[in-house]
Design a protein around this ligand. Structure first.
Ligand code: SAM
Ligand code: SF4
Ligand code: SF4
Length: 347
């Protein structure tokens, strides 16, 4: 595949790399911080990420200038979608300045995933910087359940206020809920009822064995098929065709036209065959799978004086050697293998 690119007065023809399974790079998730003000039990459990956990120093993080350079290199190699994530991305100081910088790269779908704790305060600045859309994580509408899941006693009402503030300034909102059996699955239908007719797309995510600290067990996973059945029994649903190759969520619409939901079935129906995602950690390591153990240090290249061609070549080389398909080969045994935490690699 080829991509034409304007560099000064030259028009470059760049080859877009395919990995060993023929997959292009289309999506880039950038973790802008490994810090978070929540301790969601399925992501950063307190017992591990307590007082003693070492988070990165500011100088270890890629600067906004470095992130823009990296983003441009990825776009030249085929990336069409960038999602800012973390940790909690709104904790990164002046994140709106990064949004504005990335907005200068044309033709990009730019979004941000957040726990919404700071969204009411930040929504307008993010919109003004050029952001179109936010993905808000909200696992339950039941206050006690939500406070227990975020494990910092954060109330549901403030997340809902964040969603309203975002919608109020014109940002499109998607709401993502991780479902864990016996913890929040009793509230699935309540979530569906609440977000029907709001225009906010609601997506349920199967609980995954990311990282090595959440004590994941297959029995804790509520299969996406069961989630759809439970909602459809109350609000009948029908499937919607995928909008594009590599769409992560399987979508369903309410038969009465009151909106749609999505399910992300990474455990029960893996979609590695269409996985076009790369991830950059906050300190600039490139990972080609959420379940990777090792990353490639792009920060060393950037700070070592690599030019844009060298940067692109390094990324293309890593991508063309990619063999990842973890979710297709997952077992209880592989889920106990060492790997990077999601708060570090970027969810
Ligand atoms: N802090 C932000 C947030 O929560 O939206 C962004 C980072 S968070 C790591 C990104 C997404 O990963 C969230 O939607 C979160 O629910 C999801 N996530 C974290 N741990 C997960 C797990 N074990 N299984 C499935 N999704 C998970
Ligand atoms: Fe923080 Fe997001 Fe992980 Fe929850 S899911 S601990 S909000 S990074
Ligand atoms: Fe992509 Fe890895 Fe997830 Fe498979 S397991 S969909 S390759 S990130």
């Amino acid at each position: 595949m080829c991509n034409t690119w304007q560099s000064g007065t030259r028009t470059l023809r760049l080859v877009q790399p395919l990995d060993t399974l023929g997959r292009p790079i289309r999506d880039l998730r950038i973790s802008v911080t490994d810090r978070c003000n929540f301790r969601c039990t399925y992501c950063m459990p307190k017992t591990v990420f307590g007082q003693d956990y070492r988070f990165m120093d500011r100088k270890e993080l890629l600067s906004f200038e470095e992130l823009e350079r990296v983003a441009r290199a990825f776009v030249e190699l085929g990336v069409e979608k960038i999602r800012l994530t973390g940790g909690e991305p709104l904790l990164r100081k002046e994140i709106e300045q990064l949004v504005a910088r990335l907005g200068t790269i044309g033709g990009l779908d730019l979004t941000l995933t957040t726990n919404a704790s700071l969204l009411a305060r930040k929504a307008e600045a993010l919109r003004d910087a050029g952001l179109d859309r936010v993905n808000v994580s909200l696992d339950s509408l039941d206050d006690a359940t939500f406070r227990a899941m975020n494990d910092v006693d954060f109330p549901v009402a403030r997340v809902l206020a964040g969603i309203d503030a975002a919608a109020g300034v014109g940002l499109a909102v998607k709401v993502n809920a991780v479902v864990k059996r016996g913890v929040n699955d009793a509230g699935i239908v309540q979530m569906a009822r609440h977000f029907r007719r709001t225009g906010h797309s609601l997506r349920f995510i199967e609980y995954m064995d990311v990282g090595a600290t959440n004590g994941w067990r297959l029995d804790d996973v509520v299969p996406a098929g069961e989630i759809v059945e439970r909602i459809s029994a109350v609000f009948p649903l029908e499937p919607v065709d995928a909008a594009y190759r590599g769409e992560v969520a399987q979508r369903f619409r309410y038969r009465d036209g009151s909106g749609e939901i999505g399910v992300i079935s990474s455990v029960t129906q893996p979609f590695c065959g269409d996985c076009t995602r790369a991830r950059i950690s906050a300190e600039g390591k490139l990972f080609t799978c959420l379940f990777a153990v090792r990353g490639t240090d792009l920060r060393a290249l950037l700070r070592g004086g690599a030019n844009d061609d060298e940067l692109r070549e390094a990324i293309a080389g890593v991508w063309s050697r990619r063999t990842d398909r973890y979710s297709e080969v997952r077992t209880e045994r592989t889920s106990r293998a060492p790997r990077i935490e999601m708060s570090y690699i970027g969810g």
